[in-house]
Design a protein around this ligand. Sequence first.
Ligand code: MG
Length: 164
Amino acid sequence: MLGHMATEEAFLTDETTIAPPRVQCGAFGIGSKSNPGTSEGRMTYSDSVTTVLQLREMMESFVSEREWEPFHDPKNLSASIAIEAAELMEHFQWLRSEELESVKQDDTKMAEIREEIADVLAYTLSFASTLGIDLSAALADKMIKNAEKYPADAFRGKFRRDNS
Ligand SMILES: [Mg+2]
């Protein structure tokens, strides 16, 4: 499956169907009021159908079932985001530019990268919940600032005002 995900578009259609939990994690099962779309005890997670709220609840349930709230403070979570981001970067360390494309053809490597970006996202969601940050609003607000800072007409095809 991973070997067929050669285009960016293909990644957007990647989806995971999670069977009834073998480990204790209510968020992966059924019965959550924001997770009504279940079928035969299975919940399909995909960027095209899953909401940010559902992802946040997945993390909150995971943490709360383990009573890990005392450890999930902003200091530990911000460090964890950076640590997982470093683990993600490790997969590309020392690769030459011309080798980057071949990563997409390596199913094992793509599976490992997929896990690391999930780790980054998991801690990001948890961090936002800990401080009561609405991620959708935060991203939209920041993108408005970015659009003002980098007007498309001035920065099309370049990342500095004066480079070519
Ligand atoms: Mg990791």
